[in-house]
Design a protein around this ligand. Structure first.
Ligand SMILES: Cc1cc2nc3c(=O)[nH]c(=O)nc-3n(C[C@H](O)[C@H](O)[C@H](O)COP(=O)(O)OP(=O)(O)OC[C@H]3O[C@@H](n4cnc5c(N)ncnc54)[C@H](O)[C@@H]3O)c2cc1C
Length: 406
C-alpha cells in the first residue's frame, strides 16, 4: 500500500508544464517535499514522446563505451525503477550480439566499459545466448549478457501520476500553457488555456518548471527564453509476436536499427535519428521501415516476415544544439535556471528540464526538484527512492467508488 510521509507543507506553489514521464516524476517528487503542485499538459497524459518510446529499460550498457557516467546512472535508475514500479516493469535481461567481425572485435571494450560503469555485463558463448533466445542469428560471432529490460511507456508515468495525485497534486490534462505573467522580473503566473474553452486561466505560482521535452523550445519562447533543445525524431516498427523475451541489441556503438524490444505480444525494432525544428506532426521517413526490418533480420532472422502491427515516430528531446543527425549531442539531461547569468531579463522563477531518457525520469525529477528547493529556500531532500509507487491503475480509479457494482 502506498502510504508515504510527505514533508510538512512549504506553502509554496509550483506549476509543472508537461505531462510526460518527466513531469509526472517531478510532480510526485515536489509533493513529497511539501510543495503544492499543479501540472498542465496540453494533450492527454503521456501523449508526447513518453507514450511513443521504445520501452527499453536501459541498463546503460548501450552508453557505457561513450559515457560511463550516463551508463552508471541508467544502471542505478534501472534498479530503483524495478523496485518502486514493479507493476510496470518487465525484467528479462538483455543480450548484445555481434554479427560482423568489427562487432566481434568491439566485445572486450564493451564489456570492460560496462563493468567500469557498474553494469554486471558478461560475455557468454553464442550457443548459450541462443539457448535463451533461439531467434538470435545462428551466425552471430559473440554475445554479451546485460541487465536490460522492458517497461511500459504509459504505466510507469501513470504510477508517478497516481502517487502525485494521492499527495494532492492537481493534474490537468488538455490544458495548454500559452503564456506567462512576468512582473517585477519574476514569473508570477502561467496563462493556461483548457482545450475547447473560450477563456484563459491564471495559474498563480511561486515557481515554474517546464518539463515539455521536445517542445521546451516553444514553451521557452513564450517567456522570451532561448532553450537549447534539438528535437530528434526516430522511427519504430512493431511486428506481431514476441521474437524474444530479452532485449536483443547490436554489439556496436549506438546507431540506427540496433535494438529489438519485446512489448506485450509485439516486438519493436528501433530506431532511427534525424533532427527537426518542430516536434509536432512527425511522421516516419519513407525508407525507415525497409531499413529497420533489414537491420532486425540481421539480429533475429525472420523478423521482417512477421506482419507489421504499427509504424510510428517520436522526437527525442536532446539537450543542446548540433548539426547532422544529432548523435553528437549527449544523452545527459540538464536543468536550465532562467535566472542564471546570461539569461534574458524577466525570467527568474522558472527552470527548464530537458534531455535524458525515460529510464532516468526519477533522477531527472530529483535534480529539478533539488533546484526548486534551492531557488525557494526549502531544505527538503529527495525521497522518491523510498516508496513503492501505487499501481498505475490507481490513477484512473474513481475516488467516489465505495464498492459494489456500478
Ligand atoms: C524513438 C525514440 C525511442 C526512445 N526509446 C527509449 C527507450 O527505449 N528507453 C528510454 O529510456 N528512453 C527512450 N526514449 C527517450 C524518451 O522517450 C524520452 O526521453 C522521454 O519520453 C521524454 O519524456 P518527457 O516527459 O521529458 O517529454 P514528453 O513525453 O514529450 O512530455 C512533454 C509534454 O509536454 C507537453 N507540452 C508541450 N507544450 C506544452 C504546453 N505549452 N502546455 C502544456 N503541455 C505542453 C507535451 O504535450 C508532452 O506531453 C526514446 C525516444 C525516442 C524519440
Amino acid at each position: 500500500m502506498f502510504d508515504p510521509s510527505p514533508a510538512p507543507a512549504t506553502g509554496a506553489r509550483v506549476c509543472v508544464i508537461g505531462g510526460g514521464g518527466t513531469g509526472a516524476a517531478l510532480a510526485y517528487d515536489l509533493c513529497l517535499r511539501g510543495f503544492s503542485v499543479t501540472l498542465l499538459e496540453k494533450g492527454e497524459l503521456t501523449s508526447g514522446t513518453t507514450g511513443r518510446h521504445h520501452g527499453q529499460l536501459h541498463s546503460g550498457a548501450r552508453y557505457a563505451v561513450g559515457d560511463r557516467a550516463i551508463a552508471r546512472e541508467c544502471m542505478e535508475e534501472t534498479l530503483i525503477l524495478r523496485r518502486i514500479a514493479p507493476d510496470a516493469v518487465e525484467y528479462n535481461g538483455g543480450v548484445f550480439v555481434a554479427v560482423s567481425d568489427d562487432e566481434a572485435d568491439y566485445a572486450p571494450a564493451f564489456t570492460a566499459a560496462c563493468l567500469e560503469a557498474g553494469i554486471p555485463a558478461r560475455e557468454v558463448p553464442v550457443a548459450e545466448a541462443r539457448s535463451w533466445e533461439p531467434a538470435i542469428n545462428p551466425a552471430a560471432r559473440r554475445a554479451v549478457w546485460v541487465p536490460d529490460g522492458a517497461f511500459d511507456a504509459f504505466r510507469v508515468p501513470l504510477a508517478f501520476f497516481a502517487a502525485a495525485r494521492a499527495l494532492g497534486a492537481v493534474i490537468r490534462p488538455f490544458v495548454e500553457a500559452i503564456g506567462f505573467d512576468v512582473t517585477g522580473g519574476r514569473v508570477r503566473a502561467v496563462i493556461a488555456r483548457p482545450y475547447g474553452s473560450a477563456g484563459d486561466e491564471r495559474i498563480e505560482c511561486d515557481y515554474v518548471v517546464s518539463a515539455t521535452g521536445a517542445w521546451a523550445g516553444a514553451v521557452g519562447r513564450l517567456a522570451g527564453l532561448d532553450v537549447p533543445i534539438t528535437p530528434a525524431p526516430g522511427t519504430m516498427v512493431a511486428v506481431r509476436g514476441r521474437v524474444s523475451d530479452m532485449v536483443v541489441s547490436r554489439l556496436a556503438p549506438p546507431g540506427d536499427g540496433d535494438i529489438v524490444v519485446p512489448q506485450r505480444g509485439l516486438s519493436i525494432i528501433g530506431t532511427t535519428q534525424r533532427v527537426v525544428d518542430d516536434p509536432d506532426g512527425i511522421l516516419p521517413n519513407d525508407d525507415d521501415v525497409a531499413f529497420l526490418l533489414g537491420r532486425a533480420d540481421e539480429l533475429c532472422p525472420g523478423f521482417s516476415k512477421r506482419p507489421i502491427h504499427a509504424v510510428w515516430a517520436a522526437a527525442r528531446p536532446l539537450a543542446g544544439r548540433a548539426a547532422g543527425d544529432g548523435r553528437s549531442i549527449s544523452r545527459d539531461f540538464m536543468v536550465l535556471d532562467h535566472a542564471a547569468p546570461g539569461s534574458p531579463p524577466g525570467s527568474s522563477g522558472m527552470a527548464t528540464l530537458i534531455g535524458g531518457k525515460a529510464t532516468v525520469l526519477r533522477a531527472m525529477a530529483e535534480k529539478a526538484a533539488d533546484h526548486v528547493c534551492m531557488a525557494l529556500g526549502v531544505g527538503e531532500a529527495c525521497r522518491t527512492r523510498d516508496y513503492v509507487l501505487p499501481s498505475w491503475r490507481e490513477y484512473y480509479a474513481a475516488r467516489h467508488y465505495s464498492g459494489g457494482e456500478r
